[in-house]
Design a protein around this ligand. Sequence first.
Ligand code: MN
Ligand code: MN
Length: 295
Amino acid sequence: MDKKILEKYMKAGKIAAEVREASKELVKPGASLLGIAEELEKIILEKGAEIAFPINISLNDAAAHYTPYKGETTVIRKDDIVKIDIGVHIDGYIGDTAYTAGWNEKHNKLIEASQKALEAAIEMCRPGVNVSDIGAKVEEVIEGYGFRPISNLTGHGLEKNNLHAEPQIPNTKNSRSHELAEDQVIAIEPFATNGAGHVKDSEPTLIYALFRPVLVRSPAARDIINYAASRNGLPFAERWLPLDSRIKIKLALRELTLQNAVYGYPVLKEAAGGMISQAEHTIIVRDEPIVTTKM
Ligand code: MN
Ligand code: MN
């Protein structure tokens, strides 16, 4: 890997880790989701990095893709289990990391299951290892805790300005065959649940990305296209859009989605309503794997 690119991956990963650690002071019962997201996104920028995707704060049976909307007043409750997912980039080179917080000890085993699965998977991120063997290991560790992995969520490759590059890194045994190569950058993210073991698209959709710019007549839609294009293909939050009226934003986003100009990332919820935990690190594949998002 080019030395300059490696430095950018390392810097992005370090800042993502610092933001993750800073978040542990903010994420607690009584704290507002909007306040947490805004503060963490501010910290990313203050540290001289850019935001790779909106801070995801997904509660309980939501696995991913929840980010607060403008004016949201939801606060964390002490029985919640909260996934915080942070994406930072330097010139498009991304660090992606997540963890799960909980305050009721009934969640402890579920939180530990995804963490330990991640630790076991990281050890395997060496050249020549088949991603299906990583999935089998993740599944084995999570099942050892008496839970199920979420089978239709996977880890992924990372490339410049591309958050979900090949290969997918499964969280279960499967027949997908792909050997990791030296210097490949990947994010591994086991999800554990006491539910059915898969997620489904749910309401609402609060995160979007540009698919293809189209000519549109409405000024609001045009503003959104321009804003989306400034993200270099990376996702953005509805609440970031520089428009006053949430109703106008929603109408324009619906129009743009129908035209395939943007696509949404709906909130992903456990199919049987189970609780979900997640743990994630970004790794550079080496004989000694480099965890860029480790503190
Ligand atoms: Mn993530
Ligand atoms: Mn990820």
